[in-house]
Design a protein around this ligand. Structure first.
Ligand code: OAD
Length: 239
């Protein structure tokens, strides 16, 4: 395995512009549940009842209850060595872009700066009437000064992702030479498009995941195991 870590370290060291894509797996070791897999949230909860605009119109209290439960888990969580390694990698990189599907804010808490959140942030609210964004305030009425209802600022099933974030990601993918994909099942669009787009542009692709995913056979280097174990090992080859 040491050879593979050295190879990954070599690729990251040689990168002139590095794009990183993360998913729920990178926060798993912080105690935040992932979505798919045996203990995944979508095994025990129905996305249609909790993570769609229709569900929110039908029963906003139920949806808020679920998001506040998830907030409570995330508040207690700490960034893990995988988040910390990516923050260190950013500092060493000439040009860096981190696209995350996670809404937990742990990358920023670990010190990452160029973080682009594709699916929103669980600690932000959005007014369904005027679209105003605000920090979530526990215990306060979930209504905007305009009178509209506040919802979590999360991209739900059937909704569009924030166009500026995706456009920035596409622009960086066009000019980067190395892509690191970490802790994502790679099944949710548009994040699932990152590896094929990167390949088309000729980037080297490294994947870190507990298990093989649909992209594993197509990448230059697939490292199987926990991100919190593997990333710090790779970093040793960058120092
Ligand atoms: P998933 O739950 O679909 O996948 C998590 C991935 O992380 C799986 O491939 C696991 O094998 C891997 N994994 C788990 N623990 C790991 C560890 N310690 N180290 C490395 N890999 C590990 O999560 P995402 O792919 O992020 O959207 O899901 C994408 C989106 O689907 C989420 O953002 C969410 C969901 O519906 C919204 O809520 C908007």
């Amino acid at each position: 395995m040491n050879d593979a870590y050295a190879q990954a370290g070599g690729l990251l060291k040689a990168a002139r512009a590095l794009f990183v894509l993360t998913g729920a797996g990178i926060s798993a070791e912080s105690g935040i549940p992932t979505f798919r897999g045996p203990d995944g949230l979508w095994k025990n909860y129905a996305a249609a009842d909790l993570a769609t605009p229709e569900a929110f119109r039908r029963d906003p209290e139920l949806v808020w209850e679920w998001y506040e439960w998830r907030q409570s888990i995330i508040r207690k969580a700490r960034p893990n060595p995988a988040h910390e390694a990516l923050a260190a990698l950013e500092k060493m990189s000439a040009s860096f872009f981190l696209l995350t599907q996670n809404v937990d804010g742990l990358h920023r808490r670990a010190g990452s700066v160029k973080v682009f959140e594709l699916h929103g942030n669980i600690f932000r609210t959005r007014c369904v009437a005027c679209g105003a964004l605000a920090d979530y305030r526990p215990g306060e009425p979930r209504f905007c000064p305009c009178g509209g209802r506040l919802r979590p600022d999360i991209v739900w099933f059937g909704e569009s992702i924030p166009a500026p974030v995706w456009e920035a990601a596409l622009a960086f993918l066009e000019r980067c030479d190395t892509v690191l994909v970490c802790g994502t099942s790679g099944t949710v669009w548009p994040a699932a498009l990152v590896p094929p787009i990167a390949r088309r542009y000729g980037s080297k692709i490294i994947e870190i995941n507990l298990e093989a995913t649909p992209i594993s056979k197509t990448v230059d280097l697939s490292l199987l195991g926990k991100a919190g174990d593997i990333l710090p090992e790779i970093m040793k080859f960058l120092l």
